[in-house]
Design a protein around this ligand. Structure first.
Ligand SMILES: [Zn+2]
Length: 704
């Protein structure tokens, strides 16, 4: 049986989730970025798509998507589970076991965060209107044509350059530091010490205190929910500040993947106009509203997600994408179209995501794609997705200000998705040349293949035939081949510019050749480049071994938890060997943590059963762990202690070997890139791991 935790993990991509908070950069087969848990200037924070894990080689934090969310948002496991389950669209029956007191507490926290955001908004706004420092910000806003009425209506603000001006103000109003961090308005000043001298972050004032402002020297765009309550902020850098746009981190209130900027102010107009226009930037949305196109919202972040679409469906079924027509914009538009195709249009649906082209029975494959495709098919609704055509190279706000009649014409006459593709995909091709024709067919057939309505599909085949002057029948043959053979993932992957920003679809496609286990390997050399492992049998054999390693690790974790449940006194003997971070299983890790805290609080026998202390999602694991111990012959006294220590050491060893594999992999990446500095850094860490491994090995010898 697949546990609820596994189901959630199969639906949420760790790269995507962490990417909401950390600017990740693809580096070989992993992603790297600046660690959100300690201050650093060069990235040592790595996310591994294959194993769906992350690790910071600076502060040594790591884990899976649960640990990341837990740590980054400061949540309890139970709340993390609820948060991720909601995101993954998985229902958890755990609600009942959450007592009313906890429920009240959670809603009090949300209420307090809202108040905090309101106070911050007023402060940012006052800074923009009155502060001398804000002159540059005011000039910028004026240069973009934003009126003073709009400044007030949208509550624009300014975050000054000083490191903790807002924090001091809010602390003075009685908020606690941890509330500022939890609300995404400040970052903890911790961690400077454990990076080996990363030093302080630029722009931090010298005043004491444990936090510094999250937004500095930026124009602030408050982001509200549909009810108009401030849930987060977007900040645009002034000058050369990086990144150019910085949004609030994910918080209890702020869910970046579902929020649409200005939706609260647009919703009535959307219903009235029976249309919603989605633009990319805050300023685009503000200018559109200012000039009367009030059915406009902006998407925050780089892509339109299913959640955006779900919200809009309640208001209108006519969605117009007005995204920047430059190169980046074209990619974003495509991505938006992907999503739109998937969720919206009854007549334009994706090919069902059956596991064709992939080995059946791969764990990840099965869980990741098939249900999603089915869900999408179920979700079809009548809708019309179209694209607003703007002059190349011009942002919507420019068009609106310079030629409003052109804008209103475009708003009233958007082109259909497929028509848009016909133009966009062939813009740089010479359709008179055979090579250009072939390329046009190669790019457009997958698009046409997505149309489920045969009549419509035939019409577009005719259109393509006319465009490239090729016999219709041969295109039909080719289309059949596309429909039959091409797995959905690679169809979507082909949509993106290989050099452009990575799309979610691409990652999914890339995840198949190597499974989670590739990084858990302790008997095999670090994963070789994909091309060397194209042999199918070799792959399967490899997966088998890797899978066995991963499984065996989880089994040992079950066993250790089982031992501890049976004999809580053993805790003192293993806590010096491992800690919860060494666990590979999300469930076993949390159980180990609860075991420690429960028995530390009270060493006398528990009044209640241990099960009372844990979320119901973990009960299954407890049962499994108990069974794992019961199936072995009972030990007692020193034998039992020895057994527990052995088991803990074995798990620690497996954890170290995992780090070893990751580091060796990163080293080979750094080597290829000629990055000597990183190589030296990794080399040192490898040596440290080898030292620890030797210690463990000799200890195992002693108590083995
Ligand atoms: Zn770190």
């Amino acid at each position: 049986m697949v546990s609820i935790i596994d189901t959630i993990k199969a639906k949420i991509d760790v790269v995507e989730e962490i990417g909401l908070v950390v600017a990740l950069q693809k580096s070989g087969r992993s992603f790297k970025g600046l660690c959100p848990f300690h201050n650093e200037r060069t990235p040592s924070f790595h996310v591994f798509a294959e194993s769906q894990t992350w690790h910071c080689f600076g502060c040594n934090e790591g884990g899976d998507v649960f640990t990341f969310v837990q740590k980054q948002q400061g949540l309890e496991f139970r709340d993390t589970l609820a948060y991720l389950a909601e995101k993954a669209g998985v229902s958890i029956e755990d609600n009942g076991s959450r007592n009313p007191e906890e429920e009240r507490e959670a809603s009090a926290i949300r209420e307090r965060l809202r108040k905090l955001n309101e106070d911050a908004l007023l402060w940012f706004h006052q800074m923009l209107l009155r502060s001398k420092d804000a002159a540059e910000a005011r000039a910028y806003i004026q240069s973009r044509g934003i009126s003073s009425d709009s400044i007030i209506a949208f509550g624009l603000g300014y975050a000054p350059i000083h490191g903790n001006a807002l924090s001091s103000f809010l602390l003075g109003r009685g908020y606690a530091e941890h509330e500022l961090v939890r609300g995404g308005l400040a970052r903890a000043r911790e961690g400077a010490g454990n990076t080996g001298g990363a030093g302080s972050v630029e722009g931090i004032g010298e005043t004491s205190g444990g936090v510094f402002d999250y937004f500095r020297q930026r124009i602030i765009f408050p982001i509200r929910d549909t009810r108009g309550r401030v849930i987060g902020f977007g900040g645009r850098a002034l000058g050369d500040g990086q990144p150019k746009y910085l949004n609030s981190p994910q918080t209890v209130l702020f869910e970046k993947n579902s929020v649409l900027y200005a939706l609260d102010m647009a919703k009535d107009a959307i219903k009235l106009a029976k249309q919603v226009i989605i633009v990319e930037g805050y300023v685009d949305a503000i200018i559109a509203h200012q000039y009367g196109t009030r059915q406009t919202v902006a998407c925050i972040g780089s892509a339109i997600t299913e959640k955006h679409i779900q919200q809009l469906k309640k208001l209108t079924k006519r969605v117009t994408l007005a995204l920047d027509p430059d190169a980046a914009g074209a990619t974003a538009t495509e991505h938006g179209i992907q999503e739109a195709l998937k969720t919206f249009d009854r007549s334009v649906v994706p090919v069902p995501l059956v596991a064709d082209g992939h080995r059946p029975g791969t764990r990840k494959e099965g869980k990741r794609n098939v249900p999603r495709g089915m869900i999408r098919l179920e979700e079809q609704v009548d809708a019309e997705i179209n694209v607003l055509q703007l002059p190349p190279g011009q942002d919507p706000d420019e068009v609106i200000r310079q030629d409003f009649s052109l804008w209103s014409y475009a708003v009233a006459h958007p082109v259909t998705l497929v028509d848009y593709y016909f133009v966009a995909k062939t813009a740089n091709l010479n359709l008179r040349q055979p090579a250009g024709k072939t390329e046009a067919a190669r790019r457009l057939l997958p698009v046409i293949a997505m149309i489920s309505d045969r009549v419509k599909r035939d019409a577009y085949i005719r259109k393509l035939a006319g465009l490239i002057a090729v016999d219709e029948r041969s295109l039909h043959d080719e289309l059949r081949r596309v429909l039959r053979k091409q797995p959905h993932t690679s169809v979507t992957a082909a949509f993106s510019d290989p050099g452009g920003p990575r799309s979610i679809q691409e990652t999914t496609a890339q995840q198949h050749p190597i499974t989670k286990e590739a990084m858990q390997d302790d008997e095999i050399e670090p994963a070789a480049p994909a091309k060397e492992r194209s042999s199918k049998e070799g792959q399967e054999q490899r997966n088998y071994v890797l899978d066995r390693n991963w499984q065996s690790r989880l089994q040992w974790e079950d066993y250790l938890i089982g031992l501890l449940l049976q004999n809580p006194g053993l805790g003192q003997h293993v806590c010096g060997i491992i800690n919860d971070g060494d666990f590979a299983g999300t469930d076993t890790r949390e159980l180990y943590r609860i075991l420690n805290s429960v028995y530390q609080r009270d060493s006398s026998p528990l009044h209640q059963s241990f099960e009372q202390y844990v979320p119901s999602a973990l009960l299954e694991t407890i049962a499994r762990a108990r069974k794992s111990v019961e199936s072995k012959s009972p030990l007692s006294g020193t034998g039992l202690i020895k057994d527990a220590k052995q088991c803990a050491s074995r798990l620690k060893r497996m954890r170290l070997l995992q780090s070893n594999t990751e580091l060796r992999y990163l080293m080979s990446e750094a080597n290829e890139a000629g990055d000597v500095e990183s190589m030296q850094q990794f080399q040192q860490q490898l040596l440290a791991i080898h030292r620890q491994l030797r210690t463990i090995d000799s200890a195992m010898h002693l108590h083995g």
